[in-house]
Design a protein around this ligand. Structure first.
Ligand SMILES: [Zn+2]
Length: 61
């Protein structure tokens, strides 16, 4: 399971973009899903395809 980051930095203005899309019905994210972010400052929308590198969930030991 992948947990996309809650916010990213806007490529255009450097402002914070927050995750606005929701996970699947089971509440989980998978590689290849689209995570949509909205910039707080310029209102641009960013659609990112989730990869395993986006996972920000804690390491499991
Ligand atoms: Zn922006």
């Amino acid at each position: 399971m992948i947990s996309p980051r809650e916010s990213i930095v806007c490529v255009d203005c450097g402002g914070p973009c927050h995750l606005i899309s929701l996970p699947r019905e089971d509440g989980k994210w998978y590689e290849g899903d689209i995570a949509t972010y909205r910039c707080r400052d310029c209102r641009d929308r960013w659609d990112l395809i989730i990869t395993v590198e986006d996972d920000d969930s804690p390491e499991e030991f």
